[in-house]
Design a protein around this ligand. Structure first.
Ligand code: SIN
Length: 285
């Protein structure tokens, strides 16, 4: 791909590129358009030591679409987009250390996420991404034929379990969880989705938000999901970013999974995060 305003350096064979030459504090439309294209081409892009603040990060998110209100906060009455500062340390180990795509338990999961490094540990604390496009492409035509068109039931029980650890199991928290279940009932998504902008196919992997493949016996569904869990964990589909404070990663939620590498525990680490609304995943035969 030809870029006039920015330079790209790939960070692995399957996905990921570092973008150089863009000042995120003063981004003209042409440069943003190349950044957008770089995101579609590379699935996750990185900017070293951006020097941006939360407000500029949110403004950048706005250029990709409507920044999301996190469903739990929506249930609690929040009406404006969510900007999260997630801090982990001795009392709160990072809970995102398993392959996932964000919030697949809603009908229209996010399309883009922006994560900026705040406090970084002296050692460790990287994040990894996996290309679900590459993982799909690597399957045999026979396996692709079996998976294409399957639907998976996703729900928020895995999310609620995580929040329960932090909030405790009290009458108040139980009411919030019931409200969340009512507002966001289980939803089905295609196991293989068509990317709405590139037209490419990718596995839609919701990690522990996935309950079962619709129309299958539990043991059939478990076997296929377990095979895929091991398939997407192969390093050939991955890239990894070692953060410095101020770095920004932007990834395409529609074609990737990610996980925090929790090897810095119990050292402290903080990240600044927002996501952009997506649309209903679909599969085109
Ligand atoms: C996330 O899952 O968005 C957080 C990843 C990280 O903390 O590295």
């Amino acid at each position: 791909m030809n870029y006039q305003r920015i330079k790209l350096h790939r960070v692995s064979g399957s996905l990921g590129a570092e973008v150089q030459g863009a000042d995120l504090r003063a981004l003209d439309d042409e440069t943003f358009s190349e950044i957008h294209r770089a995101l579609l081409d590379n699935e996750v892009i990185f900017f070293r030591q951006t020097g941006i603040d939360d407000e500029t990060q949110m403004a950048l998110a706005h250029r990709f679409g409507q920044p999301s209100i996190f469903p739990l906060l929506k249930v609690l009455g929040e009406t404006g987009p969510t900007f999260q500062v997630i801090e982990d340390g001795p009392d709160s180990p990072n809970a995102a250390d398993d392959w996932h795509t964000d919030v697949t338990w809603v009908a229209e999961p996010p399309k883009v996420a922006l994560l900026r490094a705040g406090i970084m540990p002296e050692a460790g604390g990287d994040t990894m991404w996996g290309s679900m496009t590459a993982a799909w492409d690597a399957l045999s035509p026979t396996m692709q034929g079996l998976l294409a068109g399957l639907e998976v039931l996703h729900d928020n029980e895995g999310f609620i379990d995580g929040v329960r650890i932090k909030m405790g199991d009290t009458p108040e928290s139980r009411k919030i969880f019931d409200d969340l279940r009512r507002a966001y009932p289980p939803v089905t998504h295609p196991l293989v989705r068509t990317h709405p902008e590139t037209g490419r196919r990718a596995l839609l992997w919701g990690g522990n938000f996935m309950r079962r493949i619709v129309g299958m016996e539990d043991r059939e569904s478990d076997a296929i999901l377990e095979f895929l869990r091991r398939h997407i964990a192969r390093s050939r589909f991955h890239c990894r970013w070692s953060w410095q404070t101020g770095d920004l990663a932007i990834w395409d939620e529609r074609s990737t999974v990610h996980q925090a590498v929790n090897d810095h525990f119990p050292q402290r680490r903080s990240v600044h995060r927002c996501v952009v609304d997506g649309d209903r995943p679909f599969f085109t035969p």
